[in-house]
Ligand binder design. Sequence first.
Ligand SMILES: NC(=O)c1ccc[n+]([C@@H]2O[C@H](COP(=O)([O-])OP(=O)(O)OC[C@H]3O[C@@H](n4cnc5c(N)ncnc54)[C@H](O)[C@@H]3O)[C@@H](O)[C@H]2O)c1
Length: 248
Amino acid sequence: MFENKTVIVTGAAQGIGKEVAAQYAKMGASVVMADINEELGETVYSQLVRDGYKAIFVPTDVRKEQEVIHLMTTAVAHFKTIDILINNAGIFKPASPYDLPMETFDDIINTNLRSVFLCSREAAKFMRLNPKGGAIVSMASTRAFMSEPNTESYAATKGGIVALTHALASSLGPDSIRVNCISPGWIETGDYGSLKEADHLQHFSGRVGKPEDIARACFYLTDEKNDFVTGINLTVDGGMTKKMIYEE
Ligand SMILES: NC(=O)c1ccc[n+]([C@@H]2O[C@H](COP(=O)([O-])OP(=O)(O)OC[C@H]3O[C@@H](n4cnc5c(N)ncnc54)[C@H](O)[C@@H]3O)[C@@H](O)[C@H]2O)c1
């Protein structure tokens, strides 16, 4: 489905981004993996190449404008076009709002939210040159809509991504660039086998999510046949945000 497409995935060295990058590679895409963690990124990308897939790794700090510009120009130099961007890089640092230093708040905004605007803008400059435009998907979170204590900075970035998504969908629509986001619920990126039965059964789906659940959502949103879908948030959470809870 994604042969002849170039896909950029940020935060691709581990977790959801690693799986999303690998799944696009298996679908025939040329994958550009970007991450701040060079050692892990090199290891993950080398394995994909050894397995016969088309991939490059570009060490990138998505907070830094020049590094993001370099990411996009490197992608085009290698694979000629940019067709799909998955804005996945993100950090989560819970802290009491009474104690959270403003430097930390700013860093989370820059890493999770400002980066989505920056990467989208720089990728769109190339996508608009394609006859069929392109597709952008950003990782928001169910925490854009509901909260636990001490998560203000993260929640603000994820709510911001949902709003940025429909704003960009409006601006970039004339260039045939679709912009959507995904709100994952609990996606286990560690040892899935060590989860408790209660972890699974609290979901309507009867199980905790896996990175491949998010990869399939990315496929749906970036499939060019689905060109009537833009500006949306797709919640992939096993039903948790629809669960009504009254404490006894
Ligand atoms: N796992 C979940 O349950 C879940 C739920 C909702 C949303 N999300 C979102 O999905 C995305 C991926 O989550 P994950 O659980 O796989 O996280 P993760 O921590 O496993 O991976 C995040 C990756 O982003 C990279 N990264 C961090 N800062 C960066 C920077 N400045 N520049 C470039 N790369 C940077 C990290 O090195 C890492 O490889 C995040 O945006 C996260 O907020 C995850």
